[in-house]
Design a protein around this ligand. Structure first.
Ligand SMILES: [Zn+2]
Ligand SMILES: [Zn+2]
Length: 290
């Protein structure tokens, strides 16, 4: 069974209309497709939905939900596929928090809570996943060490988990995106201690942690997020997982998606997982990974 709850489209920083993303997902054999455009934060951001377009976004995803619910045809590809309305909501304490209920009126099927922005040493916030050169210059300007960077990232992730108000925790170790070659820091004892502090906040919570394939399909990363060491600790605290494309264009559902998903399933099995959590017909349930 293939389910994916992490899909962007041209309402935010995705490259294609939602209808096109849905067709590509169906072609890739996805049975449950969740849309998760970036929710607006307080100041306007080019990567987020414009607040005045939220209603239009919800209406378009609901239109697709209806179009794909039957065995009919949408763009000459046969259904059905369950389409769900969601948002990826950022963690900006005091300004935007998944638990602040700002999007309740949209009647979302689910939401993803994500940390993208850090501010080590009280510098202006910058995104840990922006492209290499820009990330490096922001990190240098902050004056923070790599250790301060990941500690700040995981402190924020722990605070996001503690505050709740969402269903799926986005890309757990995204702070590794610009460090896949290890040039900034090693995944050593200190790094894992910081990451595990966030992992332990998940204990007893019913949050689903995604294994995110976007690094592999979009940035040629050698592995999905999070790493095997972190996945093992997640398994130890009983955190359920799901697999996420984090697709921004139809190509992210192409051959690279197959390869990345295979790698993610193998990683999950190696960490001891046998089940993934899926949202189907309004209910979260466990489903076998293989
Ligand atoms: Zn994200
Ligand atoms: Zn995303």
């Amino acid at each position: 069974m293939r389910a994916n709850y992490h899909t962007h489209c041209d309402f935010c920083d995705g490259k294609a209309p939602a209808a096109e993303m849905a067709r590509a997902a169906k072609k890739a054999g996805i049975e449950i497709l969740g849309f998760s455009s970036h929710a607006p934060i307080v100041q306007p951001m080019p990567w987020a939905i414009k607040p005045e377009r939220l209603g239009e976004y919800a209406a378009e995803i609901r239109r697709l939900k209806k179009a794909w619910a039957s065995d009919g045809e949408e763009g000459r590809i046969h259904g059905p596929m369950e389409v769900l309305l969601g948002l990826e909501i950022d963690w900006f304490p005091g300004e935007r928090e998944p638990g602040d209920g700002a999007f309740r009126a949209l009647g979302l099927d689910f939401s993803i809570g994500s940390v993208h922005y850090v501010a080590p040493r009280a510098c202006p916030p910058f995104a840990v996943d922006e492209d290499g050169a820009s990330f490096e210059s922001h990190l240098a300007a902050s004056g923070a060490t790599a250790r301060e960077l990941y500690r700040d990232y995981y402190r924020r992730l722990a605070a996001l988990i503690g505050s709740g108000g969402f269903d799926i925790l986005g890309h757990f170790d995204l702070v590794q995106k610009n460090n896949m070659d290890g040039h900034l820091f090693e995944e050593d004892e200190d790094y894992l201690a910081a990451a595990f502090e966030a992992v332990h906040c998940l204990e007893g919570k019913d949050l689903v942690v995604e294994i995110n394939l976007g690094g592999m399909t979009r940035h040629a990363a050698p592995r999905p997020y999070p790493s095997l060491a972190i996945l093992r600790e997640l398994k130890a605290v009983g955190a359920p997982i799901c697999f996420s494309a984090d697709a921004h264009s139809p190509e992210n559902f192409g051959p690279s998606f197959d390869a990345a998903e295979k790698a993610a399933r193998e990683l999950a099995l190696e960490a001891g997982y046998r089940e993934m959590r899926i949202l189907r017909a309004g209910e979260w349930k466990d489903s076998g990974i293989m």
